[in-house]
Design a protein around this ligand. Sequence first.
Ligand code: ZN
Length: 196
Amino acid sequence: MLYDIVQAGDPVLRRPARPLAAEEIPTPFVQELIVSMRQTMHAAPGVGLAAPQVGEGLQVVVMEDTGGAPDTMSAARRDELGRTMLPFTVLVNPVVTPAGDETEEFFEGCLSVSGFSALVRRWRRVTVEALDAAGAPLHLDLEGWPARIVQHEADHLAGTLYLDRMDTRSFTTAANLGRHWKARPPAEIRAALGDE
Ligand code: ZN
């Protein structure tokens, strides 16, 4: 089933999501939620989706990234973004912890803030503790773009949107991102925007 993706302004995006009890994970409701979230993420298309974005205030996240299509992104750009393949992953009750103190700033968008992007600073490396779709403990060490995806999705579970973390002067429509800003170094972008 394809969900309509909830857009900014819906209160469900601002409420902390409820953790699942281990015995809830195998229930048909949760298993069907996961399948439908995966289908909805693929259809959008997007690389991550959190349950509040489909109107369910539960701590469930799906993520998957092919690593950037070769026809739309150069190898150098993929390297710069740390855009590596992220296999389909389900996270229940994820806890995301920075690993090291390195941060990176890139444009990011959100399926719930459709049509816009902004520069967002994120930890370069994180560790993730969660349960998987079968309720088994899952530990992930992520860096680069997959680390950004999981930080974005974990924020959704806390009622936080990238809007709360963005460099507000960099906020742009998707069309203007392509026209003016995409693939420029963050320092150059900040100078062009009149940022500090
Ligand atoms: Zn989002």
